[in-house]
Design a protein around this ligand. Structure first.
Ligand SMILES: Cc1cc2nc3c(=O)[nH]c(=O)nc-3n(C[C@H](O)[C@H](O)[C@H](O)COP(=O)(O)O)c2cc1C
Length: 399
């Protein structure tokens, strides 16, 4: 999409979804958009934000407001970042590089997934402050060489995702024909044929310029190909992962270590006692256990156990006002997934840059209307009231 059309047609993060749907083959769009089973947690994530309303303050001279946030040794432009998402290279050509590049240029944190398609060494050279997310097996012989590779690549912040002991029951993927690896066949060919922009701009361009894409960063060595009739991905031994492995990782990893996928105050307490540098409260965007509580609802209870360890969260954040609600409740930073993936599919790096810019402007505008000059002011005064239950979603005023 051209910069002019982006500016005219994409006015908020939610606008990217329809644009991405028109560009991505059905199984790939479904993979990004989908959640799990009955989508209960996915819906709860968004509803959680509607259960809070702002108490604004007036006449506070907000002309000097500042939305920057200090987090894990660096000051970022705004209190939000980009979630790790696998297979960004299916959303756009060199999706991993475009995502981290846009975040680097806009000075917001970005976490690259262990299920990425560009070798991590190249990603770290492109955007050195990127955080790396790993899925690890409960087996030191597997994760120790992986940690060594991530360190040698130059990453200084490592995120371990801990909410995926087994693969989720993503019925939506079965319905749309999405698998990893993707199985070439008549069905996939027909889905791709209806999206010629994607066929030429993403798939054929990738094959021509970079060859067959692989899961480059799942382990110490390259993993399975992205397209194959016969290959399978190795998900083994994730269910044996335990706190003892995290203690071992903490000892070996000299950089910052963050856990992602925690919801229980007791687990936050355990993470703090092990010396973790941060925790991202998350139910994986409602993609793992359907019915898992929304991270926003657990934030207050978890803060009581976090001490000085920063708590972040993700899931359902779509507006600057959502970001500020989480910040007012005590989150140091929030992360956003699907909308940035749709932005990448819509207009590549320019799409992500536009999404970041929209959100930054919403946060700045909302902070002013809240009568606050900085983010800490929100957290230390009564900025929110709880409504008890989520109001019914309001239909858009203009279609
Ligand atoms: C397409 C997609 C791929 C994802 N891949 C990963 C991943 O590789 N590692 C991970 O820790 N989380 C992954 N997640 C979960 C996100 O990091 C994040 O928890 C979730 O998307 C946040 O919810 P939101 O999409 O509502 O913002 C993925 C999410 C999506 C939508």
């Amino acid at each position: 999409m051209s910069p002019e059309r982006l500016a005219l047609q994409i006015l908020c993060l939610n606008d990217f979804e329809a644009a991405a749907r028109a560009r991505l083959p059905r199984p790939i769009f479904g993979y990004v958009q989908g959640a799990v089973e009955d989508n209960l947690s996915f819906r709860m994530n968004a509803d959680a934000f509607r259960q809070y309303a702002f108490i604004t303050r007036t006449l506070t001279d907000v002309s000097g407001r500042d939305t920057r946030r200090h987090l894990l040794g660096k000051t970022y432009a705004s209190p939000f970042g980009i979630c790790p998402m696998g297979l960004l290279g299916l959303s756009c050509f060199e999706g991993d590089l475009n995502m981290v590049g846009a975040a680097r240029d806009a000075d917001v944190p970005c976490i690259i997934s262990g299920a990425s398609m560009i070798p991590m060494e190249e990603i770290a050279r492109h955007a050195p402050h990127t955080w790396f997310q790993a899925y690890v097996k409960g087996n030191p012989e597997s994760y120790r060489p992986m940690l060594a590779r991530i360190d040698a690549a130059g990453f200084r912040t490592l995120v371990i995702t801990v909410d995926i002991p087994v693969s989720a029951n993503r019925e939506n993927n079965v319905r749309t024909g999405f698998t990893t690896p993707l199985r070439p066949g008549l069905r996939l060919c027909m889905d791709v044929a209806t999206r010629p922009r994607w066929l030429f701009g993403t798939l054929l361009r990738t094959l021509a310029k970079r060859g067959m894409p692989y899961f480059e960063n799942s382990f110490a060595q390259r993993g399975a190909p992205i397209f194959s009739r016969t290959a399978s991905r190795d998900f083994g031994e994730r269910d044996t992962l335990a706190w003892s492995h995290l203690a071992d990782m903490r000892e070996r990893w000299k950089g910052r270590l963050v856990l992602k996928g925690v919801l229980a105050p007791d687990d936050v307490d355990a993470a703090r006692r092990l010396g973790m540098d941060g925790v991202i409260l998350s139910n994986h965007g409602g993609r793992q256990l359907d019915g898992a509580v929304s991270p926003l609802h657990m934030l207050r209870d978890c803060l009581g156990r976090a001490g000085a360890m920063p708590l972040m969260l993700d899931g359902g954040v779509r507006r600057g006002s959502d970001v500020l609600k989480a910040v007012a409740l005590g989150a140091r930073c929030v992360f956003i997934g699907r909308p940035f993936n749709f932005a990448l599919a819509t207009a590549g790096r320019a799409g992500v840059a536009h999404a970041i810019d929209l959100l930054k402007r919403e946060i700045d505008r909302d902070l002013a209307m809240l009568g606050a000059n900085d983010l800490d002011q929100l957290a230390c005064r009564a900025s929110l009231c709880h409504l008890g239950r989520a109001p019914e979603p309001v239909p858009p005023m203009l279609a």
